[in-house]
Design a protein around this ligand. Structure first.
Ligand SMILES: NC(=O)c1ccc[n+]([C@@H]2O[C@H](COP(=O)([O-])OP(=O)(O)OC[C@H]3O[C@@H](n4cnc5c(N)ncnc54)[C@H](OP(=O)(O)O)[C@@H]3O)[C@@H](O)[C@H]2O)c1
Length: 341
């Protein structure tokens, strides 16, 4: 569509393009056409976008679900927060000027590390005015994963005792807060001592520093737990069995062969302890639940490193180190010359 028919929206933008799999050098910050939203989509001007480990796995060609990826070249990144600039003809509930956030579904070909992105309206949630764009962009994929793991796959109930492994990472730091918001009686956070104090401030009742107190042995004398949420896939149902109550669930984000086998076995014989894998789904309704907790002060994003869009090598490198505290976020608005907050 020519520029004169899209007031205020230019025809080209800058985005971080993946032309082929490989090391960091394959990525390019390039000028490309701004996507055209379909009838059920909105076009968003991106103010902030966050990094998830799958972004560098996709770049490297090691993402386990490679077959689901769009054809190259495509723009990396799925987590965005920004302002709606256009709406498709069938979109209801969102208008130009609305501040929103979303996890762009894989079927939309990603597109988050860019100045504009097209997103289906059903993936959107409104950004509370009390939450900044950077904190909002940090939330979608990691927050949805933690919510869907704990509430749906783990079937956490009021009063349950929960362990979150990887509690200082993107998924884990939301997991600690979500378990509390859903009414867990006890949340034990497994992370290194360096991260203990801020993870405790998020609401963890106890910290297990896995470097000085091996997990799960450190919890063997405790009352058993109803849910082990292993957000980094370091353990398994068998290794955690001793600390789990008779009908407890072990839920993880990482589908290793051992976990897959446990998940199949315990789904055929589901009367005892179970193993389950979470595969995050982009859902605006769930994102709305998370933003309502942000608005009430029950959930917050912890942000580690930030960079403008041309700092993609730096941010992806931080994520690749596996030492991220919370989330790494692109301040895209500052890159295109406006403020992020
Ligand atoms: N299945 C899905 O749909 C789905 C969705 C989202 C993410 N994932 C996967 O889930 C994993 C975690 O994602 P993320 O975004 O949370 O990653 P992340 O932010 O990169 O996690 C980094 C954190 O992991 C912690 N960590 C590293 N080794 C640890 C250990 N042995 N014990 C406890 N904590 C440890 C680090 O804490 P310390 O520095 O304190 O050790 C760091 O804070 C990734 O593999 C990702 O691909 C899958």
């Amino acid at each position: 569509m020519p520029d004169e028919e899209r007031p205020g929206v230019p025809s080209v933008m800058r985005g971080v393009l993946l032309p082929s799999f490989g090391d960091m050098g394959v990525l390019r910050l390039e000028e490309i056409a701004i996507p055209e939203p379909g009838p059920r989509d909105v076009l968003m001007r991106v103010h902030a976008a966050s990094v998830n480990p799958r972004d560098w796995m996709i770049r490297a060609g090691t993402y386990p679900f490679r077959r689901t990826l769009p054809s190259r070249p495509f723009i990396l990144g799925s987590d965005v927060a920004g302002v709606v600039v256009r709406t498709g003809s069938k979109v209801e509930g969102f208008l130009p000027g609305d501040e929103v956030l979303a996890m762009v579904p894989t079927s939309y070909g990603f597109g988050g590390y860019a100045e504009y992105v097209a997103v289906p309206a059903k993936a959107l949630a409104s950004k509370p005015s009390s939450v900044g764009f950077a904190a909002a962009a940090a939330l979608p994929l990691a927050g949805l994963t933690a919510l869907q793991a704990i509430r749906d796959r783990g079937r956490m109930r009021l009063g349950h005792r929960v362990v979150v492994v990887g509690a200082s990472g993107g998924v884990g730091h939301y997991g600690v807060q979500i378990a509390k918001a859903l009414g867990a009686s006890t949340v034990v956070a497994v992370c290194s001592q360096d991260n203990a104090s801020w993870v405790q401030d998020l609401g963890a009742d106890r910290i297990v520093d896995y470097r000085s107190q091996p997990f799960p042995a450190a919890l063997e004398d405790d009352e058993p737990f109803d849910l082990i949420f292993d957000s980094i896939g370091r353990h398994s149902l068998s290794t955690c069995r001793k600390i789990m109550s008779p009908r407890a669930a072990y839920v993880t984000t990482v589908p290793t062969p051992r976990i897959l086998l446990d998940a199949v076995r315990t789904s055929v014989w589901p009367w005892g302890r179970t193993a389950r894998i979470v595969l995050v789904a982009s859902r605006g309704r769930d994102l709305g639940q998370l933003t309502s907790w942000m608005e009430s002060g029950d959930l917050k994003s912890v942000i580690d490193h930030t960079a403008p869009l041309d700092g993609y090598a730096e941010l992806l490198g931080h994520s690749r180190s596996l030492r991220t505290r919370g989330k790494n976020v692109f301040l895209v608005a500052e890159f295109h010359g406006t403020r992020t907050e």
